[in-house]
Design a protein around this ligand. Structure first.
Ligand SMILES: [Zn+2]
Length: 496
């Protein structure tokens, strides 16, 4: 069994004065946590024990009971009547900070020793214990009750006493069949949120290596990420090489155009003022717009990729490693735009990775070397060209691909995604090549015309591409897949 954790974030609605209560509740929590941090500093050996034992030791040191009438550092000195579970949550927060601080300190000492042993001077400053505390309150069992879909009772310190208050919960619902963790009260601006960690158990599909070597029907979703119009091109193929589906996720032009416009505005504004204040973000609103659009697009596309993989029952997702950023030439807006498009590729990968894992799909990466230059059928070098141009040479970023060796003709990004998938399979089957790939030969290659293909069903591609010419089973499979794939709207809608 494997498990996936994620956090459900929900907005709380409550009476106006509760906002202040939550604030004083959090202030008290941090006061108690800070107190326990000091207790730990005074009894540093506590950190050698596992958290559960450490908790008991710290309670004996601080908590007054009949059996323990005179603790060394009584908590009642700073606050009376702290509920046990509030105290324990604060102790765990303090233990977390103390562990972190001391491991940093230990690493700093080791670095210092090393440098001094070499006879050099060591200038780095030691880490310092937290100067201020701003932890969010964790609600342990006993600090909340009667949780329903849209309301719950929470026990808070309102500044003068402890009281149970009722709050309404709106936003994403908690999914069924998950294990709930302790919720946290989080402040965002003036609004309070409830963050609930959830844990889901699922049957692990097994290591990628095992999946690829033991089952020829394992489906792999290979993704080619681009900075042109086709932001992501995904193909599903089985380990034995049958191609089952392709989808194109478009919208690159729109994002790129939007981003470039904003960057141009920033550049103009900067040239008007002439100076940029140090340590201060200029054009905050424009940067914010750009950031939000990038973030939204990365989330949309990564979610789409995982949905597509899931729909076709793929259990492995494969990307290529990011190549080094090749800086673009030209104006500021163009250079920055390319850079941000490149960053977005990395972000899409990161998001897709965790989203896929939550669905029980594993992610891998392969070498990006020549993925867009290699023919997916015969592995010789392809020509890449624009529509209307002769099929020769290599124009980076051009949409069409042609292989002079085997006659393959098709979309260059789709070809690249096929190559990416094959790389993963080849990693575990180094000698034999996938079967479907060997079948295509020069004399049998039939080029499907653009028009003919459009009639087959709702085309995924509105313009400017042929498709590859795998014949026989592979081709039938390819048309079958169009029916499935058409359910997914390929045009992403960005609201800006
Ligand atoms: Zn070829």
């Amino acid at each position: 069994m494997a498990k996936a954790t994620t956090t459900i974030r929900q907005v709380l609605t409550y009476q106006a004065n509760y906002g202040d209560w939550f604030a004083s509740n959090q202030a008290l929590f941090n006061q108690v946590a800070s107190f326990y941090f000091d207790v730990i500093q005074a009894h540093i050996n506590v950190l050698d024990h596992p958290n559960k034992e450490a908790l008991t030791i710290l309670e004996t040191l601080t908590h007054t009971t009949q059996r323990n009438p005179n603790p060394v550092m009584p908590l009642s000195d700073i606050a009376k009547d702290i509920p046990a579970y509030f105290r324990r949550a604060a102790i765990h927060a303090a233990l977390g900070s103390a562990h972190s601080f001391h491991s940093h300190l230990e690493k700093w000492r080791q670095r210092k020793e090393k440098v001094i042993a070499k006879g050099k001077k060591f200038h780095q400053r030691p880490p310092v214990p937290p100067r201020s505390w701003n932890k969010s309150v964790v609600l342990y069992q006993g600090m909340w009750k009667e949780r329903t879909e849209n309301s719950m009772m929470i026990k808070v310190w309102n500044g003068t006493c402890w009281s149970w208050i009722k709050v309404r919960i709106t936003g994403r619902e908690l999914p069924a069949d998950v294990e709930l963790g302790s919720p946290q009260l989080i402040r965002k601006g003036t609004q309070w949120w409830l963050h609930t960690p959830i844990e889901k158990q699922f049957q692990s599909p097994g290591k990628i290596e095992k999946q690829v070597t033991t089952n020829a029907q394992t489906k792999i979703c290979a993704v080619d990420l681009n900075i042109n119009e086709n932001l992501a091109v995904c193909t599903i193929q089985t380990v034995e090489g049958t191609i089952l589906a392709t989808t194109f996720m478009k919208g690159g032009q729109e994002i790129s155009g939007f981003r470039k416009k904003q960057l141009g505005r920033i550049a103009r504004n900067r040239s008007l003022t002439g100076i940029i204040a140090e340590n201060e973000q200029d054009n905050g609103d424009l940067w914010k717009k750009i950031r939000h659009v990038d973030e939204q697009a990365a989330h949309l596309i990564s979610a789409r990729i995982v949905q597509f993989a899931k729909r076709h029952e793929a259990t492995i997702l494969v990307f290529e490693h990011l190549e080094n950023l090749r800086p673009a030439k030209g104006k500021y807006s163009r250079r920055s735009n390319t850079k941000r498009a490149y960053w977005m590729k990395g972000r899409i990968f990161n998001y897709a990775k965790y989203k896929a894992y939550n669905m029980g799909i594993f992610t891998s990466r392969v070498s990006p070397r020549n993925t867009s230059r290699e023919c997916a059928c015969c592995h010789s070098l392809i020509a890449r060209y624009d529509a209307g141009q002769p099929a020769e040479g290599y124009t980076p970023g051009a949409p069409l691909a042609y292989c002079a060796e085997c006659g393959m003709k098709g979309n260059a990004d789709r070809n690249a995604s096929l190559v990416i998938g094959q790389r993963l399979i080849e990693r575990y089957h180094p000698k034999e090549k996938p079967q479907a790939l060997r079948r295509v030969s020069k004399d049998t290659g039939v080029v499907v015309s653009q028009d003919a293909k459009c009639e087959e069903g709702p085309s995924i591609l509105p313009s400017g591409h042929g498709d590859s010419n795998e014949h026989g089973t592979a081709q039938d499979a390819m048309f079958r897949m169009d029916e499935h794939a058409s359910n997914i709207p390929t045009q992403l809608r960005f609201l800006f």
